[in-house]
Ligand binder design. Structure first.
Ligand code: PNS
Length: 162
């Protein structure tokens, strides 16, 4: 049976840490679906359409990477897509508690779906979407930490504000 994995998240915005996990997942599983949560935050910096556009552009040459959106319970989406694995990235021990809770709650809700944790390359282990937004907003450099398209879109948003 082919292994279909779902990599869920807000991806506001996609970082090179996410890209690293998706590339690893694409090597490990037959297919990986990057599932972007609708309405994760009340006021996301990137609209859903932008987040989908960016992820599709970044993975356009990866035939086994699909980009989709989902709403509601993750396990319901995973079941609807007939997937069997949830992929989550673990950057540091500090991620573990929240991820452990989510994985066990998801198992309680759907016992046949396994959560697989993957570690990004060490050089991306401190990156988060929240820090990228904060650093960029305060004039810091995010080059190399996000896909070039994300950096360009951040600049466009900044230019539109002044
Ligand atoms: O990477 P993020 O943004 O922290 O992702 C969190 C996400 C989307 C995986 C989580 O919030 C989620 O699964 N939301 C969907 C609603 C749900 O199923 N909640 C119960 C999780 S145990």
């Amino acid at each position: 049976m082919p292994t279909l994995a779902v990599y869920p998240g807000s991806f506001d915005p996609l970082t090179n840490g996410h890209v690293d996990i998706i590339e690893r997942g694409a090597r490990l599983f037959d297919r990986i679906i990057v599932a972007i949560l609708v309405n994760a935050e009340k006021s996301p910096l990137f609209s859903m359409a932008e987040r989908v556009d960016i992820a599709r552009a970044v993975f356009k040459n990866h035939p086994n990477v699909e980009v989709d959106t989902f709403d509601g319970l993750l396990v319901d989406y995973v079941a609807r897509r007939q997937a069997n694995v949830i992929v989550r990235g673990l950057r540091a021990v500090s991620d573990f508690e929240y991820e452990f809770q989510m994985a066990l709650m998801n198992r309680e809700l759907a016992s046949t779906i396994e959560t697989v944790f993957m570690m990004p390359a060490v050089k991306y282990s401190y990156i988060s979407s929240r820090l990228i937004k904060e650093v960029f907003a305060l004039g810091g450099k995010v080059h190399g930490l996000v896909p070039d398209m994300v950096e360009a879109r951040l600049r466009e948003k900044q230019a539109a504000r002044v």
